[in-house]
Design a protein around this ligand. Sequence first.
Ligand code: ZN
Length: 287
Amino acid sequence: MIKVIFWPIIGLLTVLGMVLNMAHAAQLAIVIDDFGYRQHNEMAIINLSDNITVAVLPNATHAQQIATYAHEHGNEVIIHLPMAPMGKQPLEKDTLFPDMSQTEIDRIVTDAVNKVPYAIGVNNHMGSLMTASLSGMDKVMLTLSQYDFFFLDSRTINTSKVPQAAATYHMPVLSRNIFLDDSMKEADIAAQFELAINFARKHGHAIAIGHPYPATVNVLTQKLAQLPADITLVKLSQLLPLPLSLPHSLPQPTPQPTLGDILGGLKTDSAALFAEWFIQAQSLDKY
Ligand SMILES: [Zn+2]
């Protein structure tokens, strides 16, 4: 008799536990940048999960094909808009500079929209120079405001003016929290993935950005197969602020990991190394 009652109760409690766990699950969004050049790796990323968002470079060789493939697989597509970095490095065609005219920026953005079908938003490729310029980003947001887009600030620089410029045009804004593959070593990428999970647990959600590198594909394959039960992989648009029902509500800056967050879980001998990494990470144009 006791057994007859015991097992259904255990079953009920397990289901209840799962439901409660899901209700409290932290949300993790993963965006993979620089799509359009490495079809094999990019298709592997897309096939991992339809919740991974892909950011397509408009002038990449396979931009249109990979955007279409991603969309048909159920993945969200955003335009990875090339923006000027501070340092000297090879630039994509039609990289946006702060001193370009509104007409020039209109032409480049419109061309990008035409080359990346199914895009629902935009994020910046590089951009430590461009996104730090309020007048430059003002021109970009004016053009983008013609479309029903949101903007994901890749935050390649701490002084990004994306939130201010977007607010002027009521453009919804998201902000990258963690870079996954600044180092291309699998162990480092795995550590960054764990950092993203801990960030999500602390703040309720996290946005991680990576690249279609073979090492990143390997780490994501392993990590997504054993995602902790309290973490849900979500589409990027699921993290958007609710529709702006309040006329003067402005996008709030997303908290960024502090040095304390990162060092908190580390042994002291790794701390100095990570401190150095964190300082370098403040201006990252690899993205
Ligand atoms: Zn990029």
